[in-house]
Design a binder for this molecule. Structure first.
Ligand code: CA
Ligand code: CA
Ligand code: CA
Length: 258
């Protein structure tokens, strides 16, 4: 009997080890490798005429700096026709409710360190949205010239929930940066932002609009997003190496010694 207990204990440890090391499921990738999109990119809404721009492949030579991914291609996406606001969305082909409700979204963005009345635009990703609406989304944008809030964590559902992450002693630099946005928590409304692979000082932020009974409770597509405040046509923005990973299916990590 003692031997059986030992075997069960050993198996439990092995199971615990395996569960702890299972990789997250990669649900989505977009690298524009070879100059071709791997996914269909759509506009949010029905579509909303305000969102009238589409992403296009961009070769290293046409971008201000080569993509850090090293494959020679990125995404150019911005408000090219200067209609004030730019947005793009993408769908994985499976738009079931709850899809990607908890996720890790990673991607590069090319950010400008100029005031937002100049060539700057706020660049980043939205990590949850109602694809049938142009006004329901949660997003993270870089606004590096704002020394008191370089990263914006926002939800919009007809009204804003805006939270700002201040990066101490950071210098605004024009160039590629990596954003990693992790959504999780018991109510799936907790947002943790990593900037160039660093945990940002505010830690985990709760966005009420993502929680139970709220308009952004359900999952949805992810996408690139920009925002600019100048009347002049903005400088192109760039994105690359976008991935979405989701947690592995829930498995019990509780075990007992019988
Ligand atoms: Ca690429
Ligand atoms: Ca536009
Ligand atoms: Ca700061």
């Amino acid at each position: 009997m003692l031997e059986v207990k030992r075997i069960i204990l050993l198996l439990s440890f092995i199971l615990l080890f395996l569960v702890g090391t299972l990789p997250a499921l990669v649900e989505f990738t977009e690298s524009v490798t070879g100059g071709t999109f791997s996914n269909t990119w759509n506009r949010l809404g029905s579509p909303d005429p305000s969102y009238d721009d589409d992403p296009v492949p961009a070769a290293d030579a046409s971008m201000p700096a080569p993509t850090p991914e090293g494959d020679g291609w990125g995404i150019q996406f911005y408000d090219a026709n200067n209609s004030y606001f730019g947005i793009a969305a993408t769908y994985s082909g499976n738009t079931d409710d709850g899809q990607w409700i908890d996720l890790t979204l990673t991607g590069y963005v090319y950010a400008y360190a100029t005031p937002q009345s100049g060539t700057n635009q706020q660049v980043g990703f939205f990590y949850r949205a109602d694809e049938t609406s142009s006004i329901e989304y949660g997003r993270v944008l870089l606004n590096l010239p704002d020394t008191a809030g370089e990263i914006k964590v926002q939800t919009y559902t007809g009204g804003w929930d805006m939270q700002y992450i201040d990066l101490d002693n950071s210098l605004a630099t024009t160039g590629w940066h990596q954003l990693k946005i992790v959504i999780g928590g018991v109510n799936h409304n907790e947002v943790t932002v990593y900037y160039d692979d660093m945990v940002t000082p505010k830690g985990t932020i709760t966005n009420i609009a993502l929680g139970p009974g709220q308009l952004l409770e359900k999952g949805g597509p992810i996408g690139c997003m920009i925002l600019h405040y100048t009347a002049a046509p903005p400088t192109p923005a760039y994105f690359d190496a976008i991935t979405v990973e989701t947690p592995t299916p829930a498995m019990s990590t509780v075990w007992s010694l019988y």
